[in-house]
Design a protein. Structure first.
Length: 187
């Protein structure tokens, strides 16, 4: 598990800041920052707050108050999307249950869960709209529905296979937000 110092160092480098810049901007002693990053000292609450404000991140990103790391749960969270094949809206219901159950106790579940839910809600709106349009055209006999039906099935197949891909990446410890979210439903 990453230490507070290594997380600060990693985020500082990602933001392209030197230790001197961070210490100047956050108004803490350079030697203090160096000791924190080398894990020789633990930052006080005020020091950590100043560093996080300067790096423009939440303190929760640095400190995971008793949270445990469980990539198998994250994999299961992603794989729960596959339930959509059997249960209508299962791609929302099961990830929602899993997210609500462990978002406070497992690292990355809150972020991953929101990412999954936001995408799956939008996906369900689009795919169900396509399904109902297909059904309408099939009933009214006004349009060849084969293309729409194949498009619907292709959407389901891509969504299912992408969740398998994301879970494999998580097993490889490559944790990031895998789904695009043009519209945010769950904040």
């Amino acid at each position: 598990m990453e230490t507070i110092g290594s997380k600060i160092s990693k985020i500082r480098k990602q933001k392209g800041m030197s230790q001197e810049e961070l210490s100047d901007l956050s108004k803490i002693n350079l030697r203090t920052l160096q000791r924190i990053e080398k894990d020789e000292n633990q930052p006080s609450g005020n020091t950590l707050r100043l560093i996080c404000e300067t790096l423009q991140i939440n303190i929760e990103e640095i400190i995971n108050y008793g949270k445990i790391e469980d990539n198998s749960y994250l994999m299961f969270l992603h794989l729960s999307i596959i339930s959509n094949v059997i249960i209508p809206l299962g791609n929302i219901i099961f990830p929602l249950i899993l997210w609500l159950n462990k978002r406070e106790s497992i690292i990355n579940v809150d972020k991953q869960g929101k990412n999954i839910l936001n995408f799956q809600i939008l996906f369900s709106i689009v795919s169900n709209l396509l399904f109902f349009v297909t059904a309408y055209f099939k009933i009214s006999h006004t349009f060849n529905t084969e293309i729409l039906l194949y498009s619907y099935l292709m959407l389901i197949a891509v969504n299912t296979s992408y969740s398998v891909y994301a879970s494999i990446k998580i097993k490889q410890n490559k944790i990031k937000e895998y789904y695009i979210n043009p519209i945010v439903f769950v904040k």
